[in-house]
Ligand binder design. Structure first.
Ligand SMILES: [Zn+2]
Length: 197
């Protein structure tokens, strides 16, 4: 996929959509290292800066798919333009293998029926590394082309839903946005596409 396909998209009505990327900014919060980021988030929370806002600091959004600023009265959050070139270089998808080995393919009781659901799609526990790499590459590509849906925002950060297609079955997976374009899988299966999520 070329970089331009991710920046300029054509929708189903042949309209050109430009993905204008921004970085969420809250003063005083470094993007990394994570331990320092978390300490500073809690320290400035003591002087009244909300954890929801500081969790968003450093996250990359397509401007038309981001939480509305200001988030609350006296919100200090800002946004600054960021080049897609930078985002494309930094962005990565993380998915702990335990999401598949210990959750989906544990047993049906623990996985709330997800084990049989993945088996019906044609996968077993032997496929966890293949599945992990498909989840990561599909989610990253869709995030980078602006194909994500905003879900819950709380003190831990912004969750998004991203479509995954496996063996012709399409469903939503849940991801947490982290600074500098990292997306971390929280929910492998969040509901079929076309279902309300
Ligand atoms: Zn704010």
């Amino acid at each position: 996929m070329s970089i331009f396909e991710n920046v300029i998209k054509i929708d189903s009505n042949d309209n050109i959509i430009f993905n204008n990327w921004i970085e969420w900014e809250h003063f005083g919060i470094p993007n990394k290292p994570d331990f320092l980021r978390q300490i500073l988030r809690f320290l400035i929370a003591l002087s009244g800066h909300c954890l929801m806002c500081t969790a968003l600091d450093g996250c990359f959004f397509v401007e038309r798919i981001m939480p509305k600023q200001p988030i609350h009265e006296k919100c200090d959050c800002k946004k600054k333009p960021v080049s897609f070139y930078k985002i494309n270089n930094l962005a990565q998808a993380n998915m702990p293998i335990e999401k598949l080995s210990k959750y989906i393919f544990s047993n049906d009781q623990n996985s709330k029926g997800k084990k049989s659901l993945f088996e019906k799609m044609g996968y077993t526990k032997d496929d966890i590394y293949n599945l992990q790499s498909q989840f990561k590459s599909q989610a990253l590509n869709r995030y980078l082309s602006g194909n994500y849906i905003l879900k819950n925002l709380d003190n831990y950060g912004q969750r998004v839903a991203i479509k995954i297609t496996l063996n012709n079955h399409s469903f939503y997976s849940g991801w947490m946005l982290e600074p500098e374009g990292t997306i971390r899988n929280t929910t492998p299966f969040g509901g079929w596409v076309n279902e309300k999520i």
